[in-house]
Every structure is written in structure tokens, then in C-alpha cells.
Design a protein around this ligand. Structure first.
Ligand code: ZN
Length: 325
């Protein structure tokens, strides 16, 4: 096995989550327990980009795991300006960036605006879920497939209230959450029910069927598939309040396919990791840039070998070796 590693990785990629940039003073999170460094996040992205571009083998691509700018930009009429600034930073290198959509993308822009924006990286796709579902697959290296999922395909965010999408998401969430403010979880205690809030979302049947087909074909071709989503789907890789609404459906699809090797998410600012022994799949939730103070950072570089992925973390992101099942 060590032979592979002496030969160097097959390819590498960068990971970064929850940058949430805004040109505003530092603040606190919703529960007033954590500091958020809104301006500094751009500086941390700059440092991450410089690290990637100056490394001996720069990453083949970057996974930006969602919440690239903060929802506060919307209140200040600064959404487009803030997005320009972060994307400008990314564009200083020629690396492909795969953008995942999170709740903050949908606080700033409607779904249709996002589809027309530079945050739609499906131009880099080999296969797409289709319609206005922002989910696609790409293969950066023979034998390896990445699937970018749309965790807000069923959501109250970024859509008109009189739309079918809003109405069906509203009907769904109201079965679980009776609060007037749907950003408040339905229960106080640490329960999986906490996930039924407006800042989370879910995967539609159409998207799940598409994923199922992608994975069936990957099984046949003996591909190794990494799934990427803003929302985590394994309860042991995150706090319940950050889980996708229908995480069980996603997990049951993963269980039916041998091709999946890992699931990478953001959204939970503390990060998390769990190796699911039943499937051999690694569930990695990346620590957030926005709650990382100046002088520290939170990003990683993943080297992919025939038999494993090796994450080299910087700052709050720990090193970890992910053996393929
Ligand atoms: Zn988020």
C-alpha cells in the first residue's frame, strides 16, 4: 500500500466551508455564543488560496462547501458586491472551483438568480440532475466521481411564497415544527427533530432518483464516489440542528451502493467526523471559516490515492486519513 504513497497522489483537491464574508463588524451567532469574523473571513480565504497555489502540487480543484457570503449582505444591499469580492479572490488562480449552495446563498439570491450566477459551477459537470435542481457529477480523474448535491432542493429559501416548491416545503416542515419563527427548532433538547428549521432543507424525490442512478452506474464501473453537500446527513457527523431534513433517505441510498467512499459537508461550524462501519463511508463535516479568529484558519487539502484519501488540515481542520472501504 505504501507504494502508492511513494508515487504521490493521483490528484489533490482543496476544501473550504462557510466563509460567510460580509464587510461588517464582527458579531455573534444566533445563540450569542460564538464570535463571527465577517471581514477576516476574506483574509482567511486569501491565505488558503495562497497556500494551495504555492504548494508543490496545487490542487486540481477546490470544493467550496457553501455559505460563501453571509445573509447580512442582503440587508445592506451588498450581496453582489460581497460575492464579487470572494469570487475575485478565488479567480486569482486558475483552479476550478465547485460551488455548493447553502442557506446563505439563498438568503442573498433567489434560486433562479443563483442558476444564472457564477455560483453555478455545473458548467464543469459531466452529468446533471436536470431541471432547476442544482446537483451534478464530475470526474476529476479516471475511476473517481464527485457528486455535488442540492440540499435546498426542498426548501423555504430562495423561492417565491406562492411557488409550488415553497408550498410543498412549507407543508412538510409544518408537520414537524409549530413555531411561528421557523428558524427556531421545534424542540429544545438534543433531538433529531431539531433539524426541522427553515435554515435547513432537503432532497427531492427527483434528485434522490438521479443520485441513485449515478451511483448504480458507478457501482458497475467500480468508481469511487465522493458526495458533497452543504448539509451533513449522518447524525454522528454533526449536531442534529444542522442535519438535512430527509437525511435518512440519503443514508439509505448510500447503503444500497458500494461505490460511495465519503460524504463531505459544511454548515455545522464546529465540524465533525464519523466513519460509518456499516457502509465503510466517511462522513466529514468541515469546520467553518467564519468562526475562525484572525491568526488561525480552517481549510484543508485532500490527496487522493488508490486506496485512501489523506486530508491535510490547516488550523481548526484536523489531519485525517480516510481509507476506502
Ligand atoms: Zn449553512
Amino acid at each position: 500500500m505504501d507504494d502508492f504513497r511513494e508515487q504521490g497522489p493521483l490528484f489533490t483537491f482543496g476544501v473550504i466551508a462557510d466563509i460567510q464574508y460580509a464587510d461588517i463588524d464582527d458579531g455573534l451567532n444566533f445563540t450569542q455564543t460564538r464570535r463571527r469574523f465577517y471581514r477576516n473571513s476574506l483574509q482567511l480565504l486569501k491565505e488558503a488560496r495562497e497556500t494551495w497555489s504555492q504548494s508543490a502540487t496545487p490542487p486540481n480543484f477546490i470544493l467550496q462547501l457553501g455559505d460563501i457570503i453571509d445573509g447580512f449582505n442582503k440587508d445592506h444591499g451588498a450581496s453582489s458586491g460581497a460575492l464579487d469580492r470572494v469570487l475575485e479572490e478565488f479567480s486569482l488562480d486558475s483552479m476550478d472551483v465547485h460551488h455548493v449552495w447553502g442557506n446563505h446563498e439563498l438568503y442573498n439570491f433567489t434560486r433562479s438568480e443563483l442558476l444564472k450566477s457564477r455560483l453555478n459551477s455545473a458548467v464543469l459537470a459531466d452529468g446533471r440532475a436536470g431541471g432547476d435542481i442544482y446537483a451534478y457529477s464530475f470526474s476529476p480523474f479516471p475511476g473517481f466521481t464527485f457528486v455535488v448535491l442540492d440540499a435546498y432542493d426542498v426548501s423555504l429559501l430562495g423561492v417565491e411564497e406562492d411557488s409550488l416548491r415553497y408550498q410543498s416545503a412549507f407543508t412538510f416542515i409544518k408537520q414537524h415544527n409549530n413555531n411561528e419563527d421557523l428558524n427556531c427548532p421545534p424542540v429544545e433538547f438534543d433531538s433529531l427533530e431539531q433539524r426541522f428549521t427553515k435554515f435547513n432543507g432537503g432532497f427531492s424525490v427527483t434528485q434522490l432518483d438521479w443520485l441513485n442512478r449515478v451511483l448504480s452506474s458507478a457501482d458497475k464501473e467500480q468508481e469511487k464516489v465522493s458526495i458533497v453537500s452543504h448539509l451533513p446527513v449522518h447524525p454522528c457527523s454533526t449536531t442534529p440542528i444542522c442535519l438535512a431534513w430527509n437525511f435518512e433517505e440519503l443514508l439509505s441510498i448510500i447503503q444500497r451502493h458500494s461505490s460511495v467512499v465519503c460524504f463531505i459537508a459544511g454548515h455545522d461550524h464546529d465540524g465533525g467526523y464519523y466513519w460509518d462501519e456499516s457502509t465503510g463511508v466517511h462522513h466529514l463535516t468541515l469546520e467553518a471559516v467564519i468562526e475562525t479568529p484572525p491568526g488561525n484558519n480552517a481549510f484543508g487539502t485532500v490527496s487522493v490515492y488508490e486506496d485512501r484519501m489523506v486530508l491535510k488540515g490547516t488550523g481548526r481542520v484536523s489531519d485525517i486519513e480516510l481509507l476506502f472501504p
